[in-house]
Design a protein around this ligand. Structure first.
Ligand code: PGA
Length: 258
């Protein structure tokens, strides 16, 4: 983290977990144990049907609610899909885009890019995910692959808009596996992402953009991961489903930094 230049963001990704009733229960517990003092930006990205309950529960707090996907189109015949302006109207601030689980369902870099542009136009903060597979890491093409994902995902995103974005580095082999990247491995890729942003947008913007790590981040490993200079927060799956664990990660983000 480097709080002097950029925000620290701790974001939960609930994936397909919890009903609206369970959301209410989580929020009640979470609110009672949430750190009160100096803290980072906190987001909870929840299943679409849980958004109203989450927004209602978190109204008086600084926790922003987000969705886990949106459609790139403004409206129309897209059965089952949800448009960015619907999310905004429902009270969302964030939207996760390009998560590897959605890419595995067929989402391309072009799709991710179209969604990023729509989300930004509607005033949402896109949390754009990138990450390599184990095979790609073993082949030594991690940096190349991620650079391509970043460049494609950000096509057409202007200097005024990139500042609103958050990028999440999530190695696919670390997601939901309990196999976290080491702080050094995660830092190496987050630093290279910042270098790509520097080449695209210049040093000032690169210094100001928040880059998160995701992939089996939990209450035990969060402190060391967040101590890395280019890791500005976390995108947390499993550990965001349990209030105490999520709170411990937020506390780890409140650690002193240089
Ligand atoms: P995990 O998921 O923390 O359960 O590994 C992270 C993510 O997929 O965003």
């Amino acid at each position: 983290m480097n709080r002097k230049y950029r925000k620290t963001v701790i974001a939960g990704n609930w994936k397909m977990n919890k009903t609206p009733s369970e959301t209410k229960e989580f929020m009640t517990e979470f609110k009672t144990i949430m750190p009160k003092g100096r803290w980072c930006d906190v987001a909870l990205c929840v299943p679409a049907v849980c958004i109203p309950a989450a927004v209602r529960a978190m109204r008086e707090t600084r926790v922003g609610i987000g969705a886990e996907n949106c459609n790139a189109n403004a409206s129309g015949a897209y059965t089952g899909e949800i448009a960015a302006n619907m999310l905004v109207d429902a009270g969302c601030k964030y939207v996760i885009l390009g998560h590897s689980e959605r890419r595995a369902m067929g989402e391309t870099n072009e799709d991710v890019n179209a969604k990023v542009l729509t989300a930004l136009e509607n005033g949402l903060v896109p949390i754009m995910c990138v990450g390599e597979s184990l095979e790609q890491r073993e082949q030594g093409i991690t940096e190349e692959w991620i650079t391509m994902q970043i460049k494609c995902g950000l096509r057409g995103v202007g200097e005024d808009k990139i500042r609103k974005m958050v990028i999440a580095y999530e190695p696919i082999w670390a997601i939901g596996t309990g196999k976290t990247a080491t702080p050094e491995q995660a830092e190496e890729v987050c630093e290279s992402i910042r270098t790509v942003i520097r080449k695209l947008y210049g040093a000032k913007i690169a210094r100001a953009i928040s880059i998160l790590y995701g992939g089996s981040m939990n209450e035990k490993n969060a402190y060391d991961l967040l101590a890395q200079p280019d890791i500005d927060g976390g995108l947390i799956g499993g550990a965001s489903l349990v209030p105490e664990k999520f709170v411990k990660i937020i506390e780890a983000a409140n650690q002193p930094t240089i």
